[in-house]
Design a protein around this ligand. Structure first.
Ligand code: SME
Length: 175
């Protein structure tokens, strides 16, 4: 819920230095609007997929300071790590495995408020506590997934889903 900020769902509020940052992040809609505009402008006229995916995660990391954000690309029967920002991550994920493989299999966005309660969650980073995975669907097939992790529990909401899905549609238009 955008309006409810407590030390339960935002433990980092306990650090006074982070208060301003947390208040700004409580309504992520304006930053997403800007991010979508920037990403649209960036990819226009640039045909290289990896360059575009790389700059897309850079824009989102810079605006939201997500713990980890990146793409996994469908290659055969696996997801393979693509452009990302954040700590070193698992390189290959099978279909139906973890949150990413489940999003691929189900062809839908998966929001996980507490990754420790998600059966089969793949813990690339022990610091991650919540996660959202959005599939990028091209010609009715998942071509890649966009995975975002937070160190806060219950961090992602419908606003993240809406805009990350919009960004996924932009990514699907790339070669
Ligand atoms: N947690 C993911 C694996 C990828 S990392 O979070 C970067 C999953 O369960 O699929």
């Amino acid at each position: 819920m955008d309006s409810l900020v407590t030390t339960d769902n935002y433990p980092s509020l306990l650090s006074p230095a982070n208060n301003l940052y947390i208040c700004i992040m409580n309504n992520r809609q304006p930053a997403y609007e800007e991010a979508v505009k920037e990403i649209r402008a960036m990819i226009e006229g640039e045909p290289d997929l990896i360059a575009n995916l790389s700059n897309t995660v850079a824009v989102l990391k810079e605006k939201f300071n997500f713990w980890w954000i990146g793409f996994y690309l469908v290659k055969g029967d696996q997801l393979v790590l693509g452009p990302f920002q954040g700590p070193v991550a698992c390189t290959r994920i099978g279909k139906g495995k973890g949150v990413c493989g489940s999003s691929w299999e189900q062809k839908q966005t998966i929001l996980v408020a507490n990754v420790h309660q998600f059966p089969g969650h793949i813990a690339c980073s022990a610091a991650s506590n919540s996660e959202i995975v959005v599939p990028v669907i091209k010609n009715n097939e998942v071509a890649m997934v966009l995975d975002v992790d937070s160190i806060d529990y219950d961090y992602f909401n419908e606003t993240d889903k809406k805009y990350l899905e919009e960004i996924a549609v932009l990514m699907a238009s790339l070669s």
